[in-house]
Write a protein that binds this ligand. Structure first.
Ligand SMILES: [Zn+2]
Length: 304
């Protein structure tokens, strides 16, 4: 195993000392490097490693403390849609190695686990056991490649989040696990996941399973003010467990076929300050965020 923690403290130890900054969107950056829609981004960790590395380098240069591996669709179930299920361990290990090299001594690597892309039983056909095994293979690859922590992200179903935490625990009982959910606004000031899960229940299921950090990323049509309010509710529900919020660059709007996010780096930085004020300990970015957004957020977090 490649040691990523030898020269810096444990992530949770550091988080108790200072707030940290996470990176921004990977997908948008890979588009700029020429990935085609429908192409398997996880395969780029082996076929186009220099391009993946360039994205990590840009976020590192922007001043982030946490780099996220290019493995959002890297579970064996998700990879199976590209005929690549058998390569799950290899592709995830390669991804973690690229991020680990880019992070060097100054940043932590989050091994990224995204949704498997379907519903669990009884709404879908996948059992929790099969999902946990798929995540376990992915996370084994990520940890072997040098990930410092596991990020189970963009979750809608707490049962899926719990499967991710349990899978990480099977791989390494001590690896910190971060769980983030995608929320939407059910009413003014009321946030629920697509599965109808409340903030309180989402947090308690993740923390109960053993997540060491919990929060929100992405989401549907939330503007920056909504993320700040959501951050407050997450902190109130988390009872001392550190909270992370990774907003999109504002609420999206459609321009023809394209989804556009309009929030400027300065607006993201202002939201980051408000999130820290609310008690959030890690701020990063999701859809539409770029190294310029992360640089502004990092300056705000470190300069406050
Ligand atoms: Zn997103």
């Amino acid at each position: 195993m490649v040691s990523g923690t030898m020269n810096k403290p444990d992530l949770l130890t550091e988080l108790a000392v200072r707030p940290l900054v996470c990176d921004g969107a990977m997908g948008t950056q890979l588009l700029a490097h020429g990935i085609k829609s429908g192409e398997c981004a996880t395969l780029w960790n082996v076929d186009r490693p220099a391009d993946v590395r360039a994205v990590h380098d840009a976020y590192c240069a922007a001043g982030c403390d946490l780099l996220t591996t290019n493995t959002f669709g890297g579970s064996s179930i998700a990879l199976d849609r590209h005929g690549l299920a058998e390569r799950a361990a290899e592709l995830n290990e390669a991804a973690a190695k690229i991020a680990r090299e880019a992070a060097g001594r100054r940043a932590w690597v989050l091994g990224d686990v995204g949704p498997f892309g379907d519903f669990l039983e009884p709404f879908g056909e996948t059992t929790a056991d099969a999902l946990r095994e798929s995540f376990r293979i992915q996370i084994q690859g990520l940890v072997t490649g040098g990930a410092d922590a596991v990020l189970v992200e963009t979750m809608s179903d707490p049962a899926e989040a719990v499967a991710g935490v349990e899978a990480a625990r099977e791989v390494d009982a001590n690896v910190p696990v971060v769980v983030t959910y995608a929320f939407q606004k059910a009413a003014p000031g009321v946030f629920k996941t697509m599965m109808g899960t409340s903030v309180e229940e989402a947090v308690s299921r993740a923390v109960g399973a053993g997540a060491g950090i919990v929060g929100a990323n992405c989401g549907t049509s939330l503007d920056l003010e909504d993320y700040v309010e959501l951050g407050k509710q997450l902190v109130a529900s988390a009872g001392g467990t550190p909270v992370v919020v990774q907003p999109n660059a504002g609420a999206p709007r459609m321009v023809g076929e394209e989804t556009v996010y309009d929030a400027t780096p300065a607006q993201m930085a202002a939201a980051a300050r408000d999130l820290l004020q609310a008690g959030v300990r890690i701020v990063g970015g999701c859809c539409g965020t770029t190294p310029a957004h992360v640089a502004a957020v990092a300056a705000a977090v470190k300069g406050r």
